[in-house]
Each structure stands twice: as structure tokens, then as C-alpha cells.
Design a protein around this ligand. Structure first.
Ligand code: MG
Length: 260
């Protein structure tokens, strides 16, 4: 049943991508202005998990994670010194568990010696619902946005290729940054049509950068997003981006399910 579900999602996303790519270019959905105002966030605060949280990463192991390419295989990123560091050779990883509506806390750090520019500078991402292998899903972008120009709907705190952050509270490479996310999954009708879109609120270093934002569908690198894939509960995925810059790290990842 699980394999059939995965296959269906893959077929649907593959055919949709092919459709979306006819004549469309990646640049078509880049937004370059207005540039979100830069804000110096307050002091870094790590929020430890509350008593009812599911701890997804506490610095010790990847027991809650699997490979996104093959969910029967372990997540093969690097756990060292309480950190989780992207292993680009291993590809994306995602949670074993599936989630619908939730509150997520996750911390990330661009290495101090980061190189590259634009989207090729510390690119990763938190897919708030993973819809299959590769990048299908809803991406909250992770990238160095301290002093790094790129399209605004591709900055840190953006819903990638859809919504720029309301402001830019990025910290310098080498410093820890936090995302606190409130995710409400989309709801579909029996026939696969959309009942209510996904909504997300994101605090980035304590600053609200997405305020009850209604997503237009899963992330599309090329073409316009739409809710073409009916889905229910889904894993959360972390991106291993193909750029050549130094891999980024994560720590203190926890989640609270929100029951409605
Ligand atoms: Mg990304």
C-alpha cells in the first residue's frame, strides 16, 4: 500500500512537472523586488523541546529519519558534536513519521567559511510536507541571506518560488538561526479537488516572516504551482541541495502535533 501510494505520487509529480515545463523557464517565477527590509534579530535563543514534543533530532542519532530516495534505508547524514550536517552524496532525508498540522522548531547554521553566491550559497530547505523523491513538497527555503543577493522568493524564510519573507532577520554565516513553524496542511475533497489550501506561519530568529500565508500548491522550480496532488499526512524533509558550497548543519529539531 505504501509503495503504491509513493508510485502514484511520483507518476503524478513527474507528469505535472513535464507539463509545467513546456515553454516555461525557472526565471519566470523569480521575484526580485521589493527586497525585504533587513532586521537585526534579538539574542539567539534555543528553545528546548516541551514535554509533549516529539524530538526529531537531539544531537545523538537519526533514529527518527530515513532516506528520501528509499524510505527503507537509513538517513545517512553526519551526526557529530550534537549537530546534524548535510551529506550531499546521500541526498535528501525525511522523517519516518507522517504529520498533518503541527508546530515545528528547527535550528540551522550556514558554515562560517561558506562560499558561492545566490542560490548556490548554503542552500538547503525544510519541506513542510514531503510528497515523494527529490524535491516534491512545500519548501521553506534555507540559504545564506545575510549578505547574499538572490530573488526574494528564494531567500531564507521564503516559501520557495511563492512568497518572500516579510523581512530579513538573517544572521551571519557561522551563527545559529531558528525557524518556528506553524503548519496547517491542505485539505482535499474526495474527488481530489482542493477544499482548503495549506497555511503557514514562520518565525525566523523570532521574527514573523510568513504570517498565515496561504500556499498556492507544492513548490515548483519551473512553472506555476497548483494543488494537483491529493495527499494526507506526510513526512518532513530536509534538502540536500546540489550546489557546491559547504554543507550546512541542523540541531534541536522537535515537533508538536496540532489536533483540530
Ligand atoms: Mg532549498
Amino acid at each position: 500500500m505504501k509503495a503504491r501510494r509513493t508510485l502514484l505520487i511520483l507518476l503524478m509529480s513527474a507528469s505535472y512537472s513535464a507539463f509545467a515545463q513546456q515553454g516555461a523557464k525557472p526565471e519566470d517565477t523569480e521575484q526580485w523586488s521589493p527586497v525585504p527590509i533587513k532586521i537585526t534579530p534579538g539574542k539567539y535563543m534555543s528553545t528546548p523541546p516541551p514535554s509533549d514534543a516529539i524530538v526529531l533530532f537531539d544531537g545523538k542519532n537519526l533514529d527518527e529519519w530515513v532516506s528520501n530516495a528509499d524510505r527503507d534505508k537509513p538517513a545517512n547524514w553526519t551526526v557529530k558534536g550534537d549537530l546534524l550536517t548535510v551529506n550531499k552524496a546521500a541526498g535528501n532525508i525525511e522523517t519516518k513519521r507522517m504529520f498533518t498540522n503541527y508546530q515545528l522548531h528547527i535550528e540551522w547554521r550556514i558554515p562560517a567559511n561558506i562560499t558561492g553566491e545566490g542560490q548556490a550559497r548554503g542552500n538547503s530547505g525544510v519541506f513542510l510536507a514531503s510528497l515523494g523523491k527529490g524535491d516534491p513538497g512545500y519548501e521553506l527555503q534555507v540559504v545564506d541571506s545575510y549578505e547574499n543577493k538572490t530573488y526574494v522568493n528564494g531567500m531564507a524564510g521564503s516559501i520557495y518560488k511563492q512568497f518572500a519573507p516579510l523581512s530579513n532577520p538573517s544572521r551571519k554565516p557561522g551563527e545559529w538561526q531558528t525557524y518556528d513553524v506553524n503548519w496547517l496542511a491542505p485539505v482535499f475533497n474526495e474527488d481530489g479537488s482542493l477544499k482548503t489550501p495549506a497555511r503557514v506561519t514562520v518565525a525566523f530568529n523570532g521574527i514573523i516572516v510568513q504570517n498565515n500565508t496561504e500556499l498556492r500548491g507544492p513548490t515548483q522550480y519551473i512553472g506555476q504551482p497548483s494543488y494537483s496532488i491529493k495527499h494526507g499526512a506526510a513526512p518532513i524533509k530536509l534538502q540536500s541541495h546540489g550546489d557546491k558550497s559547504e554543507p550546512i548543519s541542523f540541531r534541536n529539531i522537535w515537533i508538536r502535533e496540532l489536533k483540530n
